[in-house]
Design a protein around this ligand. Structure first.
Ligand SMILES: Nc1ccn([C@@H]2O[C@H](COP(=O)(O)OP(=O)(O)OP(=O)(O)O)[C@@H](O)[C@H]2O)c(=O)n1
Ligand SMILES: C[C@](O)(CO)[C@H](O)COP(=O)(O)O
Length: 238
């Protein structure tokens, strides 16, 4: 990577967290005195290559403006959208248009346990890679995988070369805004940024991270995230 190519983090945080069944959207639940969102954003801003964060939130979000960010870097608020991809496009467009971002690092607000070392690895592998447009943190599947019809098992899915996609996902700002807007307009199913580059048939890679980079989705995930973050407050992030 050219050392001076700006990386801007885009954090989709406009979801309602329905599966979490909490009294507020899961990104605003507290862990170790901070919201889940604050953990996620501040982890990104700790990286020297990340210059700012753009957080996509609901227009009626009553929590965001009260956050006291523990970073000297700017954190911007933009309007989220109906789906995660819409929220990401909103943030990426802002980063490209107003912040002159060369790279956009997309990371779920709901993933507060990201390791600094894994973020560094992703950035190093992607921004110096000329063979692929970008890439994502991921972990290999470790269980036997089944395809079912309802509860009936149809067959075992070959888990060779099968990965759990995570975030961050790192792509050039111009390319990301282009394939997201075109893919959404074409009705493509886009559940992560890599899906949009699949739709556009543009080559990208996985970078192996760690399974503790969990996405807080169901109630039991919050207990696990608290454990991981407690462990990490006692150890240097590796
Ligand atoms: N319209 C949306 C939907 C989701 N997200 C964000 O995308 C991330 C991952 O999505 P998910 O885990 O599905 O969060 P929710 O949509 O809030 O969860 P649920 O499906 O349980 O409602 C979350 O940080 C969420 O806030 C977003 O910015 N805009
Ligand atoms: C983007 C993502 O984190 C990759 O695993 C995941 O798809 C986001 O969660 P969602 O429930 O699909 O919105």
């Amino acid at each position: 990577m050219k050392e001076n190519e700006p990386i801007v983090a885009v954090v989709p945080a406009a979801g309602v967290g329905a599966r979490m069944q909490a009294d507020r959207p899961k990104q605003y639940l507290q862990i170790a005195g901070k919201t889940v969102l604050q953990h996620s954003v501040e982890r990104l801003l700790e990286n020297d290559r990340v210059q700012a964060a753009v957080v996509a939130v609901s227009d009626d979000d009553p929590y965001f403006d009260d956050i006291q960010w523990q970073s000297d870097k700017p954190v911007y608020r933009v309007s989220g959208g109906c789906e995660r991809a819409d929220s990401v496009l909103s943030g990426a467009t802002y980063a490209l248009t107003f912040l002159n971002a060369h790279w956009v690092l997309v990371h779920d607000a709901a993933r507060p346990c990201l390791r600094s070392a894994d973020l560094n690895l992703l950035i190093e592998k992607i921004v110096n890679n000329t063979a692929h447009v970008g890439g994502i943190l991921a972990v290999p599947v470790r269980d036997t995988m089944k395809r079912t019809t309802g509860e009936r098992v149809e067959h075992t899915v070959d888990r060779e070369q099968l990965w759990h996609a995570q975030t961050p996902q790192l792509f050039p700002a111009t390319a990301l805004t282009k394939v997201l807007s075109e893919g959404l307009a074409d009705g493509a199913i886009i559940t992560d940024e890599a899906s949009a580059f699949e739709w556009a048939n543009q080559s990208h890679i996985v970078v192996e991270g760690h399974a503790d980079n969990i996405k807080i989705t169901h109630p039991e995930d919050l207990v696990l995230a608290k454990f991981y973050l407690d462990q990490k407050t006692q150890q240097e992030f590796i």
